[in-house]
Design a protein around this ligand. Structure first.
Ligand SMILES: *Cc1c(COP(=O)(O)O)cnc(C)c1O
Length: 402
């Protein structure tokens, strides 16, 4: 048998949703897979490798410094820890006990999501600000920048900002106000690529730290991510992440990452130790990042549209349903929606989603709009030949029970 998954007895799925963690992330390009294989065949000093990767990340993001994490969520944990402890190794050793430290992180209430578990893991409390009554339909407003300024106090370690197309208040206003109070802003930009410009955008808008996923559009290893931003904060994150099981006299950290001369001693294994990163991930992430920024965005989009057209073309006319392809250049990732007339068909979009998932081959569609009677298909994890299989499965499901 040829495929490692077959040998293990694990089904291979068709991922027409996108690079979700529960669906095992993105597909590595052959160059990235080969770079990881090559990396796996030699040992290096991991701090030296991180320092070099950090230089590449800094160059591509415009940040002072960068670091490879095991994902955006790990970046949020490390970034929060850095904001709480600064360069103090005694404090680093005491986390997640934040007694005597700044231990509150302010977040606009409409930015709350369960990835902020990673932030809370550092031992801080989230302080929600503002009422997003535009979402409850009771009003038109959301958190405003002045409310963040109003909430900042002596316990504030950072402001957490979750970047999204619809996120308010504007990041620039938030960083201005936070900086006026000497408070850093940590941005969760996990899924904000493409466009590649966003690698620089949040730093340019004043963010002190930005976390990206490596396993989404960058197509790096699934357990990889980027943390970039202020040099002193990246240094603190590295100190709380790197393995420091080494004698002080022997310890020779790369100067571009860690200033040994400012430390009274080295911290021990830090709060970031459970999200360690291997040489294979660091090399894979950097290789994928370089390929991602070099790729022509127009060519990437056209390739994605073709994959989605393959689904639509193979499925043909489906009873009581119609396709809608969204290819808005400003959205960057095109999407195919299948809008179902649930009453006429006598089946819900959720039924169809489950039928696709539970059939053979198992097809994963996007669940985000099933409540509106819509299945969505994303192109990012489709292999050649997959769109036709999705189209055939749709025909089967729609026509079998007519
Ligand atoms: C995907 C995502 C994360 C988690 O990213 P990982 O790289 O999987 O750790 C965090 N925040 C948001 C908003 C995300 O979309």
């Amino acid at each position: 048998m040829s495929n490692v998954y077959e040998r293990l007895g694990v089904r291979v799925i068709i991922n027409a949703n996108g690079p979700a963690t529960r669906l095992s992330g993105s597909l590595l390009s052959p160059e990235v897979a080969e770079a990881m294989r090559e990396a796996s065949q030699s040992c290096v000093d991991i701090a030296e490798l991180q320092a070099r990767a950090g230089e590449v990340i800094a160059e591509l993001t415009g940040a002072e410094a960068g670091y490879v994490t095991s994902g955006a969520a790990a970046g949020l944990l490390l970034g929060t820890a850095a904001c709480v402890t600064g360069s103090d190794p005694g404090r680093m050793n005491r986390l997640p006990d934040t007694t005597g430290m700044k231990n509150q992180v302010i977040i606009p209430r409409s930015h709350r999501n369960f990835y902020d578990h990673a932030v809370r893991s550092a031992g801080v409390q989230l302080v929600e600000v503002g009422i997003p009554d535009r979402f409850s339909g009771a009003g038109v407003r959301d958190t405003e920048a002045w409310e963040i300024g109003d909430a900042i106090n002596a316990q504030t370690a950072a402001v957490l900002y979750v970047a999204q197309r619809h996120a308010v208040p504007p990041l620039r206003r938030v960083t201005e106000i936070a900086h006026r109070h000497g408070v850093p802003v940590l941005v969760d930009a996990a899924g904000q690529l493409p466009p590649a410009d966003n690698l620089r955008r949040f730093i340019a808008e004043g963010a002190d730290l930005v976390a990206f996923s490596g396993g989404k559009a960058i197509r790096g290893p699934q357990a990889s991510g980027i943390l970039c931003g202020r040099r002193d904060l990246i240094e603190s994150a590295a100190l709380q992440h790197l393995d420091l099981d080494i004698l002080w006299e022997q310890w020779n950290p790369p100067a571009s990452l860690i200033r040994k001369e400012i430390l009274p001693g080295a911290p021990q294994h830090g709060i970031g130790r459970p999200c360690k990163v291997g040489k294979e991930e660091i090399v894979g992430l950097i290789t994928a990042l370089r390929l991602f920024v070099a790729e022509d965005p127009e060519a990437r989009r056209c390739g994605w549209v073709q994959l989605l057209e393959g689904i639509r073309g193979t499925a043909g006319e489906l009873p009581h349903a119609r396709f809608e392809l969204t290819d808005d250049p400003r959205r960057e990732v095109p999407a195919l929606a299948l809008i179902v007339d649930e009453a006429a068909l006598g089946r819900t979009a959720l039924d169809l989603l489950c039928a696709l998932q539970n059939g053979a081959p198992s097809v994963q569609a996007g669940p985000g709009r099933v409540r509106e009677g819509v299945l969505t298909f994303g192109p990012m994890c489709l292999r050649p030949g997959d769109p036709e299989q999705v189209g055939w499965r749709l025909r089967e499901i729609f026509h079998r029970e007519e």
